[in-house]
Each structure stands twice: as C-alpha cells, then as structure tokens.
Design a protein around this ligand. Sequence first.
Ligand code: PSV
Ligand code: MN
Length: 388
Amino acid sequence: MSILTPDILAALEKQSIELPSWAFGNSGTRFKVFSTPGTPRDPYEKISDAAQVHAHTGLAPTVALHIPWDIVDSFDDLRRHAEDHGVSLGTVNSNTFQDDDYKFGALTHEDAAVRRKAIDHHLACIDVMDATGSRDLKIWLAEGSNYPGQADLRGRQDRLHDSLQQIYARLDDHQRLVLEYKFFEPAFYHTDVPDWGTSYVQVTALGDKAMVCLDTGHHAPGTNIEFIVMQLLRLGKLGSFDFNSRFYADDDLIVGAADPFQLFRILFEVIRGGGLNNPDVAFMLDQCHNIEDKIPGQIRSVLNVQEMTARALLVDREALATAQRSGDVLTANAVFMDAFSTDVRPALSAWREERGLPADPMAAYAASGYGQRIAEERVGGVQAGWGA
Ligand code: PSV
Ligand code: MN
C-alpha cells in the first residue's frame, strides 16, 4: 500500500504550478548570459516548451507572461496556440524596470507624466489579460533610492497608492492585482515595496481584488518565510507565490534546491492555513536557468514542489497538536521531522504511472528527443533572453 493516503493523493491531484515564460529564454548574470541551442525565439516557442513540462508532469497547466517581453501581434492567437498545446495563459507581469524614463521610479515618480506612462503600461497589461483570459496582474516595482536623502520616502508611498488605485479601478470583477515585495535591488538604500507589511498596507487600501505576492527569494537571509505565509493566509491576503531558491540574494535558482526543508515548512503553513488548492492562492515559479537546461530545469522545479507538498501533507496534524498542547517540544519536533524525512518519491512515481504520466518525468523528457529536435529546428532568428 502507498504511504500516500487517498486524501493526500486527492489533494496532489488538484495541484497546479504556473510556469514563467521567461524561464525558457536565456538568462544569466551581469557578467555573462550563456545561450543554449534550441532556446525559444518568440513567445510561441516559449509556450511550446512550457507545454512539455505539463505533458511530462501533469503539474503545470498555465504559463505566465511578461509584458513587453511577450508582446505578440494577436494575444487571441497566442491563447489558441497555448490551448492547442494543452496549456493556458496565466498571470500577466508588468515591467517598469527597463525604460530610461523609470530611472527614478515609475508608479512613485515625482513627475506626473512618467507616472502616467507607468499607469498606462499597467492598463495595457490589463488589455492583454482581457484577451488571454488571465486573472492576475502581477506588479513588481524596481523602485527606490540609493542614497539617504535622495528621495522623499513618504511622498513616494502616497504616489504609489494613487497610481495603484488608478490601475485597480480598471480591473474587471474576476481580475486581481497582486503586489510583489522585495527587500532590495536594484535600489540599495530604500525600496518602495520592501516587505510583506508594505505590500499588505497598499493592497488593503485598494480592496478585495488586491493581494500580496510572496516571492521566496525576496527576503533577507534568515527570515522566517513560513511565518509570513501563515500571517498572510490568516489575513486572507496571500494572493500568490513566486517560488525559487536563493543562497545570497535574488538568485532565482530551482525551487527546493537550496533548502528543501524551508520549502517543506512553507508548504506545511500553506496546508495548515487552507492555502493548498485554494483558488485565491496561485502557485507560480519565478526562476531562471543560467547554466542548466531550461525545460528539465522547470520539470525538476515542479517535481520539487510536488514532493515537498506530499511530505508536508504527511505531517500527523493530530499528533502534532497534542504534542504542542502538552508542551512536548521534542515530540512535536519529531512529528514534524518524521514527515520531512519520509521519502515519497517511489509513491509519487507509482501514482504518476497510474495516471498515465511517466514514472520518471526527467528521464522521459530526456528520452523524448524534444531537446534535440528544437536544437536542430530553431536556427536563425534571435534567441529570447532576459529582456526579450
Ligand atoms: C523581480 O526580482 C522579480 O522577482 C519579479 O517577479 C519580476 O517579475 C521577475 O523577477 C522577473 O524579472
Ligand atoms: Mn518574483
């Protein structure tokens, strides 16, 4: 008998993790961007690659877009292309971090004309959402200052509120705005949305259709991220996750690679707080694959999330609560660690096979020949990269 009970399997059956279109393009550091044979040259090829991840795992039915990187002539057509490949288009990410006008801010800028331009960009993103059927507009702002005294911190917060209100007013009833926070970079002295508290204050002032996006890589080292997950779920404001791994900064490495135990702890709080398979809480990846192959990198990522979800679902919550209530510290910790230490991989492989999926999606993808095929076919043109 499987160590994964029917209840656990039913919960895993519903799990879906959105892929970022930009994970399929080339990326790197400011020192070097390596190109890879077969890298997509346009959004259509990115979606085709993302569909491979879903075909091999059953875990990734939607793909997030980044505007303007993923602009096409017809989003209706891109939507059909996605559907033909068995996936659909998901969150639309705005981008106000690659235009000279935004050097000193976008939604917070002192100059009303620049602010207008940034607001209009977000309204254009909502037009894209109307065409793609996407629900969420994700806003991450690269805004802040580098030097004490450079900026009026309070004025920027007020202008941010005003800009966000204008964007929020354009959303349909079924659409949402998720505001992502990040504690530093590219600004180093202050950031306008540095933490969950600021995001929470700003989205709460907007209304029910505005939520917080938690990117796991956007915290100072040592931050207890699962506590933030608990608090946002408790407040009903956890709108989405950007999953990735970090060692030092916003490293955007494969989720669960740097610290699987942290991912387990986060997912435990998601489950505890009713956030698993809850339509209000979107699971997304926000990653780059600088040195590893991109499609298998994404396959590994969604499998890591599934594996840690399965382990977190194994926590004996009753035994844990009993130990917690009686102050039995060591038993409580042991109950937690027993689940984390359980190898669920054979059970997940067997279950995948029962559902007509490959037992080993990494091996199945490697054997499929897709990687070789795109390397041969995708010649000419410009490979998509960070910023295109
Ligand atoms: C910023 O670091 C971020 O995490 C935001 O989510 C962006 O949309 C994404 O990276 C890609 O630049
Ligand atoms: Mn992110």
